[in-house]
Design a protein around this ligand. Structure first.
Ligand SMILES: O=C[C@H](O)COP(=O)(O)O
Length: 241
């Protein structure tokens, strides 16, 4: 049985005060949300402490947006798995295209982060996806397969979420057609040893396209950027029909 997981990725948005303001409007919107949906907010490191306290007793799970692979050490600016666990984090986004593009993330470092997160009981959300150029060149499948092949070496597929995020659809309003997202996600699933891995779609998910996206047979949830920043739009997404 595949779990449905709707996750917001706040990226580098929201101070602690703004995060608390968001929760005031958001948590009450979940009262009628079906129990089979996991709701996750992946927030900036500086928001984790206050969010952990505010979300205590709610059904919203806390997520981070990156993690280092060592438990501790001389790695200025990094955050380790035990630090996240101590604060109440359950999920962590790994290998987001923005980390790959701007911060030198590679399939090898993605693999190290995935294994370290799992070793500490965190559930990683591994992001994969192609650029517009790769899609136009017919390289979508080969690119994603190599991200999976290299990223998933020795990774436990029993505690893993994958997000298919076509890079050209992120923050552009240019959503991937839901049938096409479904096709690619089916191909991703065919490469996994565990067919029950939750595979999300991400890329310009909005209140007006979530119902169609979630109606697709292979899509088990969404990783939502911009539309997760406002309580009303994210609650509509979480409460898709
Ligand atoms: O992690 C989220 C994705 O990058 C999608 O962002 P977006 O919903 O703003 O397109």
């Amino acid at each position: 049985m595949r779990k449905i997981i709707i996750a917001g990725n706040w990226k580098m948005y929201k101070t602690q005060a703004e995060a608390q303001e968001f929760l005031k409007g958001f948590v009450m919107e979940l009262e009628d949300t079906p129990e089979d949906r996991e709701v996750v907010l992946c927030v900036p490191f500086t928001d984790l402490g206050v969010m952990s306290k505010s979300l205590h007793g709610s059904r919203v799970r806390l997520g981070a947006q990156n993690v280092h692979w060592e438990d501790s050490g001389a790695y200025t600016g990094e955050i380790s798995p035990p630090m996240l666990v101590e604060i109440g984090v359950r999920f962590v986004v790994i290998g987001h295209s923005e980390r790959r593009q701007y911060f030198g993330e590679t399939n090898e470092t993605v693999n190290l982060r995935l294994k370290a997160a799992q070793n500490h009981g965190l559930t990683p959300i591994l992001c994969v996806g192609e650029t517009k150029e790769q899609r136009d060149a017919g390289e979508t499948e080969s690119h994603i397969f190599s991200q999976l092949e290299q990223g998933l070496v020795d990774v436990d597929q029993n505690n893993l979420v994958i997000a298919y995020e076509p890079i050209w659809a992120i923050g552009t309003g240019d959503t991937c057609e839901s049938e096409e997202a479904n096709r690619v996600i089916g191909l991703i699933r065919s490469k996994l040893s565990n067919p029950n891995v939750t595979i999300q779609y991400g890329g310009s998910v909005k209140p007006d396209n979530i119902d169609e996206i979630m109606a697709q047979s292979e899509i088990d949830g969404a990783l939502v950027g911009g539309a997760s920043l406002q309580p009303d739009s994210f609650s509509r997404i979480v409460n898709y029909r």
